[in-house]
Design a protein around this ligand. Sequence first.
Ligand code: HEC
Ligand SMILES: [Cu+2]
Length: 352
Amino acid sequence: MGLSPVLWQFLVHWLHASALFPAEASGIAPYVDALYFFLVAMTIFGTTFVAILLLVFSVRYRREKNPVATQIEGSTLLEATWTIIPLAIFLVTFVWGALLYFRIYDPPTNAMNIYIVGKQWMWKAEHPGGQHEINALHVPTGKPIQLTMISQDVFHSFSIPDFRIKREVIPGRYSTVWFEATQVGTYHLFCTQYCGTQHSGMIGEVTVMTPGDYKKWLEQSNSGQSLAQNGERLFASMGCNSCHNGTAAARGPSLAGVYGSKLTLTDGRQILVDDAYLRNAILNPSEHVTAGFAPIMPTYQGQISEDGLIDLVEFIKNMQSNYRVQQTLVTATSGEAAPTTPSEGTTETVKP
Ligand code: HEC
Ligand SMILES: [Cu+2]
């Protein structure tokens, strides 16, 4: 198209200024928009091209001027042209879209993780430090943020138009999306999947702050317990540590350092341990049995809320060192009755 870059920039600028178009407030936004404008330009080009041809042909070859039609028996050159040009356009769109897709769905390894739980009809955000917020999300600028999301009931969809992100939030399975906020400000957060009577109220506000302000916010909203600490309590109160206590005699495998590692299962498969795997291991233990262990872990299906599962997952993720060390640490800080040390409690000798 004949649009010069200057005119192009002016158009994009005007669209943003006129509030007809959402702000570009994330690192990915300009890239998504570039593809979007390319598609719009191609569509305009195609439409005008066909419309012009239609007009020209109907005037030029109208019956008064051409009483007898000339037959053209085919033209390989013509056919090749109108096959190859659209094909090239479609392929460019496809490759461009695929590259963008990979970029959007593959979070950088240094991304900071925040959990999102969707339910009828609200969004709950849980920061690793234990800060909870409802229908609100606070994030710093300049840092990749990954959202690990799950629904407690029906399908929802998490969308921040100004960041150009949108991802389904599904019951029973974690889905992730990531972004890097570039501009301080407040932005809308929507559920974009019809999810019942008050779906339209399932909205919220994203507050993007400077890293310094974000740190202050985290300190102010501190609940005193990090997700991992909540998880550690659950781990003890649900009796997980009766089997997973990190001792050699334990009936369950040590979970220290298991996150991010490759587990070998009894059927010989190798599986990467990520958030989804941990969650599933707690709810459906018999589905993937770790090699060298008996399938004795009970299912916790229906006994732990999604929030509780997030706490457990976060605890296991952070369990990098010997678990017994952490256990004594908790007793020292929380002042609770000391849990029986693993060696005392291990009268069971079912180690397979
Ligand atoms: C009765 C003993 C027992 C209890 C109680 C138990 N587990 Fe397990 N768990 C096992 C055994 C044995 C395995 C390995 C076999 C398998 O994969 O099922 C295992 C596997 C796992 C795994 C998969 C990782 C790996 O290295 O295999 C996770 C995660 C896990 N348990 C977490 C938990 C949590 C969280 C709880 C408490 C809510 C819990 N377990 C309670 C025995 C137990
Ligand atoms: Cu919803």
